[in-house]
Design a protein around this ligand. Sequence first.
Ligand code: KG4
Ligand code: ZN
Length: 377
Amino acid sequence: MDLAPASASAQPGELTVLGLESSCDESAAAILRRHPDGRIEVLADLVLGQTEAHAPFGGVVPEIAARAHAEAMDGLAAAALAEAGLSLDALDAVAATSGPGLIGGVMAALMTAKGLALGAGKPLIAVNHLEGHALSPRLSENLDFPYLLLLVSGGHTQLLIAEAVGVYHRLGSTLDDAAGEAFDKTAKVLGLGFPGGPALERCAEAGDANRFDLPTPLKGKPGCDFSFAGLKTAARQIWDGLDAPSAQDKADLAASVQAAIAASLASRTRRAMAQFAEEYPDVDGPRPLVVAGGVAANRTVRTALEAAAAQEGFRLVAPPMKWCTDNAAMIALAGLERLARGDTDGLDAPARARWPLDAASAKLAPVIGSGRKGPKA
Ligand code: KG4
Ligand code: ZN
């Protein structure tokens, strides 16, 4: 069942979309307007994190996340409208992440969006969260297709070619843990707290990255997939084998793990850059390598990617951190792009734990749990 067509905007050719996000541990609402000249204006961009609620458990607890999203979503949507100075009537559509992610959380934004769309008689757009990330660099930069995207967060580690809106080609993804998970789980072993990535980076500042010999995952293996589970286990074994580890031991191990993750991301991304260059030999100037996701905040990772990009004739593009991590502006942008194509969804749009972005992976049989066919796919 499709809802009413988009209502007329304030100005002819203008499109205004509310986007909602709740697929992991950030509740978010944003309103974007596309002007007739193509310029995107961010009218509101609100994010409510849940770090304190999950910290005692050392990781995101899905049930706690779902409840917190359910409590926050309506208020965030109202606050975004208030900040933009708009009523629901001024919207052309309501967009929400409808997967992939923690299913209880995904349902919060999706159901809120359905209610708002139904109540206001506006179209609903069910957005793939990964498409939001894939389009996020276009929030801050006039970036043309095609471009290579490395998405590195606590939930995803993927290399994608963004060919056009709605057309993505996945070159590789993690076979087990996401890169952010490797940071978080190692930080937990070292007793560094949650979220582990930033804590591990701070601890590593005083450490010697050459002290411990860690395996380089998938070294020399063809393809662009990633694997971090072995690295995490190796780090745990080293830690358990240390007799009364000192603060220096801790910093050295943190620095060694960080360097190994960064080296692995860079070497697999180099393979993807070579593949991209082969597929698109006629791109003028340095080709763009976009990095997005929370792990993009890590300086050692960025430095390694910058060096790899330079070696392969690419330039590294990193959106501002607020749009690298989970946010609703990227969901509203994906909604705008879809709406502009007349591509809207019915009120029966499902919430999906798993929703691969590219058509080829979407055909693979789902395997619930983890890995490239699971929720991280
Ligand atoms: O994109 P994000 O905010 O949320 C999702 O997972 O979707 O990414 C969070 C992940 C966490 O695993 C966190 O530890 C990691 O990004 N992270 C970092 C840093 N900042 C955040 N990892 C390493 N170094 C950092 N500075
Ligand atoms: Zn995300």
